[in-house]
Design a protein around this ligand. Structure first.
Ligand SMILES: Cc1ncc(C[n+]2csc(CCOP(=O)(O)O)c2C)c(N)n1
Ligand SMILES: [Mg+2]
Length: 245
């Protein structure tokens, strides 16, 4: 039997067309507060401070959930995820948003069970019923990668995922992303892996600037229809057993 494929989705501007942090900030009236604090705090502390402000204004976690449930998802991306799962792929989200926002959006669209793992900045509702958001890496012991933001090196995450899959499944990764933070993890991919950068977004631009350093095969996409078509084609060809590694 052909090896199981692992499909890794970035979240903001890939799985969803929007940015989940910005969605909450703008739709819950936090933009002036965000603009004021942005220069003073590291990213996840800033997001934690934003939700603290939501609560101090009297809104609840339910209100944040209601807000996140209005984030649109492209119907072809929903279909692509369901198909990839049905075809036996191992799906994961690796994101610099946070686990609570991602889980909320995926559950609302019936996609949560399609994913084996959501790797992101940890977020949870505390004993007072308030949402808290923390960095993925302990900021007190820097990860040392200068391609990535201090709170999350997706390359380190990618390495862990690669080490966790069996030898037989190696080189069977498909990575979909858009941002600068997606460059480090795609450099960990090798021949036989695939990267799907969103066309004209930062990841695509960085790859285009120096294409020879990327060993994985590159397939650009611009919208949900293209994402679905390319992803399902890659899953189909990489599982046919015709390609030899
Ligand atoms: C210095 C600094 N500025 C901004 C950010 C935040 N940030 C950058 S891209 C992005 C989208 C993440 O979602 P995804 O990975 O799902 O695209 C976020 C939240 C940061 N971590 N460090
Ligand atoms: Mg992104």
């Amino acid at each position: 039997m052909a090896g199981k494929k692992t499909v890794i989705f970035d979240f903001d501007r890939t799985l969803i067309d929007d940015d989940s942090d910005s969605w909450v900030i703008s739709n819950m009236g936090l933009t002036p507060f965000y603009d004021q604090l942005r220069p003073t705090l590291p990213w996840t502390s800033l997001m934690d401070r934003m939700v603290e402000e939501v609560h101090s204004q009297g809104s609840t976690v339910e209100d944040i959930v209601d807000c996140l449930e209005t984030v649109p998802l492209h119907p072809r991306i929903i279909a692509a995820i369901k198909s990839a799962h049905a075809l036996g792929c191992d799906l994961k989200v690796v994101s610099d948003a946070n686990t609570f926002y991602i889980e909320t959006v995926l559950k609302h669209h019936g996609l949560y069970d399609c994913f084996s793992e959501i790797i992101s900045n940890p977020a949870f509702v505390n004993e007072e019923g308030k949402l808290r958001i923390f960095p993925y890496h302990d900021l007190a012991s820097p990860h040392g990668c200068d391609l990535c933001p201090p709170n999350m090196c997706k390359g380190i995450v990618m390495k862990r995922i690669q080490e966790s899959v069996s030898e037989h499944d190696k080189n069977r990764f498909i990575y979909l992303g858009d941002g600068r933070g997606d460059y480090c993890p795609i450099l960990k991919l090798g021949k036989g892996d695939h990267v799907m950068p969103r066309k004209n977004y930062p990841l695509w631009q960085i790859i285009a600037h120096n294409p020879t350093v990327v060993e994985a095969e590159v397939h650009e996409w611009s919208n949900g229809e293209e994402l679905e078509q390319i992803l399902l084609q890659l899953i189909d060809t990489t599982s046919s057993g015709k390609r030899q590694n």
